[in-house]
Each structure stands twice: as C-alpha cells, then as structure tokens.
Ligand binder design. Structure first.
Ligand code: SF4
Ligand code: SF4
Length: 338
C-alpha cells in the first residue's frame, strides 16, 4: 500500500502516535551532533543531515545499562533482575543503512542465546526509514550490496517528494501498518506526487574479491595488516559509532555488599579487550586488532550468518581521527586481491 504523508501533517501524526501510546523518537541536532532522542513536534527533527553522527543502535543496545542489582548477605545473595520498561516506539527518520544494521544484528543477538533486551526493543519499535536522496563521499551502502532505499530492517519506507513537501510511504510490515492506521486520516492519496530519485552512491570496492582474500588463511599473517593499520591509535571511535558493532562486557559496580551489574559497550580496537588475567594478550598489536575487526565483519560473521557485519554507513571513515576506516582497507584489499 502506498500513501502520501505531507510534511505539514507531521505534527498531527506525532500527536496521534503519542495518543496511541507510542513514544516518538527521531534524529535531533544538539551541539552539532545529531542523535536519536524523543520528539514532541516535527520542528525538533533533523531530517536534512545525510546521516546522524550517532546511530539507532543506541536505542536497542545502549552504551551502558543495568542488568541486575545484587545484595550480598551473611547467608545468601539476593538479586533483582532489571528489564527495560515496555514502551511501543516509532523511530521516525532513520536511514536505510541504520535500519539494515539492526536487521544484520538480529541473528547475532538470537543465535546461541536470545538477548531479551535486544528483542524486546526490536519487537516494540516501528522503524520508519527515509530513503536517501543525497549521499556524501563516505557513504558506501552499494559496496555492501545494499542501496539508498534498501528495505532491510524497515517497517515503513518513506521516499521524499520533489519540493520537500512530504514523503511517499510504503508499508513493509504488520508493525508499520499498525502505526500508520493511527494516522490514516492524515494521509493523502495523490497519485501524481513524484518521489525524488535516490542518491547515486558509487561502488568503492569489490566485496566478493575482498571476502575471498580474507578467507584465504595465507593472508592472515600478511604484512598488509601492519601497513594498513599503522595510523590507528586504538581510540574505538569506529566501533562505538558503528551501527553493527555489538561487543560488550559486564562490570559489577558497587562495594563488597551490594551493587549493580552493568552491560557496557566494548571495542576490539582497545588493547584491554583481549587481555588475559595472566597479562598475556593474544592481540597484542594494533594491527592484530584491526585485522580482527575486518575479519569479523567480512569473513567470520558472513561465514556464520550469511550477512556482512557492515551496512555501509561510512561513519567509521567519516569520524576516524586519523583518517582511516573500513573503506580504505577494503579498497586496498581489492587491489592486492586482484
Ligand atoms: S581506525 Fe580510527 S577510529 Fe578506529 S580505532 Fe583506529 S584511530 Fe580510532
Ligand atoms: S563498519 Fe563502518 S561503514 Fe560499516 S556499518 Fe560500521 S561504521 Fe558503518
């Protein structure tokens, strides 16, 4: 079903979703950084940026969150499990690469153990995605065989109409249809409204050639890894801003008698990530850590789930303080592979 959502009806849509019990969340700019946050009116949304600096991942897998509270008594330990409050949510204005990234991580969080936190939030969230009509030099969804209007992970796909007056809405899932029933009376049927063409995003590397090179055990110890990662300072920016990166660690915060067990993001770029208690570190150099990041995303993860652990958002290259990233590495692998 295709409908027209006019921009000047967006305030009313937000009010109706609120009245129906949905939280409405979208990209907002604050101190020059766009991130996803609750909105009460359309003017709070930043729908013009190519891509928010922070990803929608934060809404499903927060940077830090409590898992349980514990109290250690003389005879026993009391624990109280924490689960996030149940709330239906509309995420309005994610980009296709971010929505795809959530679908890419679904099998990971449901593989040997079903992560209740992730799936509760996935189940209660309606992803309303806006197809991209502009891209920058870092966007690379097409290199990952996705596209600026890829439907993966979206419940509704909005295509901007010429003149910026609104969007062509394509309902892709039951969750999307349910959310749009709440605003049915505000939608138009104008068959003449024309969506803008999607952005032209050039393919930047040969993914198949890269995957073949990475799968060859002879290349594991290649000099390539040292040369390509020489500049990396191990800051972790690329992993924390990546919508598909999913590594975490547990920390108990408290004193001898009570505290909170928290789940926190971790990063394969950090030296401490694989440090053993003995002091031995199997990934003792930054090049070994960078190799792991690339191998994980384009060799191990696809080997297990038949998906690349990258949606091509380009944030890792866009925000890296020393100007390196996945694109540059895969471009170089394409060269050596050929
Ligand atoms: S590649 Fe760049 S962003 Fe990633 S850890 Fe290294 S320096 Fe930081
Ligand atoms: S690896 Fe880089 S381009 Fe790929 S999803 Fe993560 S941040 Fe985006």
């Amino acid at each position: 079903m295709t409908k027209i959502l006019l921009r000047d009806k967006l305030d009313d849509c937000i009010a109706r979703w609120h009245a129906a019990g949905y939280d409405v969340i979208g990209p907002q700019k604050n101190n020059n950084i766009a991130r996803f946050a609750p909105v009460t009116k359309a003017s709070e949304l930043d729908l013009e940026s190519i891509l928010p600096e922070r990803t929608v991942k934060d809404l499903f897998f927060p940077q830090t969150e409590p898992m349980l509270r514990y109290q250690i008594g003389k005879q026993k330990i009391d624990t109280e499990e924490y689960l996030p409050p149940r709330r239906k949510r509309v995420v309005f204005g994610s980009r296709p690469c971010d929505a795809s990234a959530m679908a890419i991580d679904d099998p990971l969080f449901g593989w040997d153990y079903k992560d209740a936190y992730w799936f509760q939030r996935r189940d209660e969230t309606v992803m309303i995605t806006i197809a991209c009509t502009a891209a920058d030099d870092f966007c690379m969804c097409t290199s990952l065989k996705l596209s600026p209007d890829s439907p993966l992970g979206s419940d509704v796909m909005l295509r901007p109409l010429t003149g910026g007056v609104g969007w062509h809405a394509e309902l892709l899932s039951e969750r999307g249809r349910e959310a749009f029933e709440r605003i049915e009376a505000l939608l138009d049927d104008d068959a003449n409204a024309q969506p803008e063409p999607i952005a032209d995003v050039p393919v930047k590397f040969d993914l198949d050639a890269c995957r073949e090179w990475l799968a060859n055990p002879e290349n594991f110890e290649s000099h390539f890894w040292k040369e390509i990662s020489m500049r990396c300072i191990g800051c972790g920016t690329c992993t924390f801003l990546c919508p598909t990166c999913h590594c975490f660690d547990f920390q108990d915060e408290g004193d001898t008698y009570s505290g909170i067990r928290r789940k926190n993001w971790d990063s394969c770029s950090f030296a401490l990530f694989t440090m053993h208690t003995s002091g031995h570190n199997p990934r003792s150099t930054q090049s070994a850590r960078w190799r792991q990041r690339i191998m994980h995303k384009f060799n191990y993860f696809p080997g297990k789930f038949n998906l690349n652990s990258c949606s091509g958002c380009g944030r890792c290259s866009r925000q890296c303080p020393v100007d390196m990233g996945i694109t540059e590495t895969l471009q170089e692998i394409t060269k050596v592979a050929k």
